[in-house]
Write a new protein. Structure first.
Length: 202
């Protein structure tokens, strides 16, 4: 596991150009989505929804809303990760429905809801987006495990993407786009700071 996991970490990189002739098998896509589904989220709220875009014509339009980045059209599949926003309001009952699954009693539920009520609604959208990034990371490593390349993409115009895909930005934030496919070029060298610049021990 130790070596196998590090091989996945090394395999994954932000792929800039995918092989347009290759498409993801449905079983592999399901495997990747399952990894996203099982990701951790604060208070177990699972504040993500995955919109899978395979249609080539739709992705051609989408590309112009994504800084014209070629990954959108050369990839086999683009997953638009939507972060729940309106659903997280107290009055929808979503938070209590989700929290109820994790607690053993009404008293525990009330305790958890107390924590939840303490998070101001304006902060919940950013909080929701942060969870989506964790799901994206898990999906990229799951993709690597089945030999699939990925590119996380924050370079897009939210309003333009939302308009094209019929997404209501009052309901959700667009957290990230995740392009998936097979690399068309060799993996470039990786640039990272050394651990001693990143880590502090006390
Ligand atoms: C939140 C986020 C947004 C990103 N957005 C883009 C993007 O729009 N286009 C792109 O080519 N790469 C994007 N990247 C990839 C990063 O540029 C890349 O991960 C970084 O340069 C390190 O390279 P590596 O992933 O190949 O090791 C994004 C990465 C993250 C985490």
């Amino acid at each position: 596991m130790r070596d196998a996991f590090m091989r996945l970490i090394q395999f994954r990189y932000a792929c800039k150009l995918f092989d347009e002739t290759r498409t993801l098998a449905r079983a592999d896509l399901d495997y990747i989505l399952e990894a996203g589904r099982l990701s951790p989220s604060s208070l177990g709220l699972e504040p993500w929804r995955f919109l899978v875009i395979e249609d080539r014509a739709l992705r051609r339009h989408l590309r112009s809303a994504c800084w014209n980045q070629s990954q959108i059209t050369s990839a086999s599949t683009v997953i638009v990760i939507k972060a729940l926003k309106a659903e997280l309001k107290l009055e929808t009952g979503y938070a209590s429905r989700m929290l109820r699954r994790l607690v053993a009693s009404e008293a525990e539920l009330e305790e958890a809801m107390e924590i939840y009520r303490g998070i101001p609604h304006q902060s919940r959208a950013a909080w929701s987006v942060a969870q989506c990034h964790i799901a994206a990371a898990d999906m990229m490593l799951a993709a690597a495990a089945v030999g699939i390349d990925s590119c996380p993409m924050g370079g897009f115009e939210p309003e333009a993407v939302a308009q094209l895909l019929g997404i209501d930005l009052g309901e959700v934030e667009i957290a990230l786009l995740l392009a998936l496919g097979y690399r068309a070029q060799p993996q470039p060298a990786r640039h990272r700071l050394p651990l001693n610049e990143l880590v502090e021990y006390r």
